[in-house]
Write a protein that binds this ligand. Structure first.
Ligand SMILES: Nc1ncnc2c1ncn2[C@@H]1O[C@H](COP(=O)(O)OP(=O)(O)OP(=O)(O)O)[C@@H](O)[C@H]1O
Length: 317
């Protein structure tokens, strides 16, 4: 495909014989924002480091806009902007001074330097902070400077590791809007622990667990998984569970906090029949709404593994 920006092909990284990342394969296209999710130790940072050319894979390869990271690291890296979790800021410099250094490090040529700095500041809402020392900026503005250095050379791919950690709600809102804006022209990979953030800024999601991808798909697919096939129904004079189960399409009912959680078969739409039955039999219907699984629940379902209790291991030994 012509506009593929990132290709991770069967990426594996071993540490002392243990796979921290195992056989991870995915593609990213221009204009996509990918959310990279996973519990602690899942392999996110290891994957990011391989994507940015800071760590060699034990097996597999990375291509940035078709350029192989192992074969042509300089060319491939030039197409990436990276904001690591620990912001690489020199706080004793002003915003202008620091961004000028960042632009030079990214090989922006002398005649384009000033324009590149101005443009990055403009995009990150930093134009009025040019002469301020970075150490005197708020956390949110320091984060903007970190993002500005990642986009200063107008890279095809921007990789941001936990970009909203430690920010207040207004700063978080601003940084998320900025990520969305950047995502229109570039490809963005955002590593995050914050699940709603993924729904807000990403159009594509990957969940990694124990080094393996356990979900790779569109945000719509993930949202669909949340909506599922459950209704929460509140009835003041409820019938028995058996009566509810006779409604066409209903497969299971259970009482949850004095409301009925009604599961229905895929493809069936028992909503209308439930309302009609409630009116007909005077059940006192006061609530009917989809019972969404929280994103946290979906995440736990995908990443939960039953671990063998220590006592059982000891007994087996
Ligand atoms: N240099 C290393 N040597 C040995 N093991 C390592 C090394 N770096 C990471 N690991 C192990 O590899 C696994 C994946 O680590 P990684 O840092 O990629 O996870 P992560 O998803 O980024 O976690 P977190 O969100 O906590 O930063 C972990 O089990 C970790 O202990």
């Amino acid at each position: 495909m012509a506009n593929l920006t990132v290709e991770a092909i069967e990426l594996t990284r071993l540490y002392g014989g243990r796979a921290a990342v195992s056989d991870v394969t995915f593609n990213l296209q221009q204009g996509q924002v990918l959310g990279f999710l996973g519990p602690n130790g899942a392999g996110k940072s290891t994957t990011m480091k391989m994507l940015t050319g800071n760590l060699a894979p034990s097996a597999g390869s990375v291509k940035i806009c078709g350029i192989d990271m192992m074969e042509s690291p300089k060319e491939a890296k030039a197409l990436i902007g990276y904001l690591p979790e620990m912001r690489p800021l020199y706080k004793e410099f002003t915003v202008d001074e620091y961004l000028t250094i960042a632009a030079r490090l990214h090989n922006v040529s002398g005649k384009h330097l000033k324009k590149a700095v101005e443009h990055a500041k403009e995009r990150c809402g930093l134009s009025h902070m040019s002469k301020r020392l970075i150490e005197n900026l708020s956390n949110g503005y320091q984060q903007r400077v970190g993002i500005a250095q990642a986009i200063i050379h107008n890279p095809m791919v921007v990789i941001l590791d936990e970009p909203t950690v430690g920010l207040d709600p207004i700063q978080i809102r601003d940084i998320r809007a900025l990520i969305k804006e950047i995502g229109q022209a570039h490809s963005v990979i955002v590593s995050t622990h914050i699940l709603p953030e993924v729904e807000m800024v990403c159009d594509h999601v990957q969940i990694i667990d124990k080094g393996k991808l356990v979900f790779n798909g569109g945000i719509d697919v993930l949202k669909q998984q949340r909506i599922g096939n459950k209704l929460l129904v509140g009835l003041r004079q409820p019938p028995s569970a058996e009566v509810l189960k006779t409604i066409a399409g209903v497969t299971e009912v259970e009482l949850v906090d004095s409301m009925w959680r009604i599961r229905f078969a895929e493809g069936s739409q028992p909503h209308e029949a439930i309302v009609q039955a409630a009116v007909h039999h005077n059940w006192g219907l006061y609530h009917i709404a989809p019972d969404q699984t929280s994103l946290e629940d979906v995440f736990v379902q995908l990443t939960y593994h039953e671990s063998v209790p220590v006592a059982e291991v000891a007994q087996a030994a």
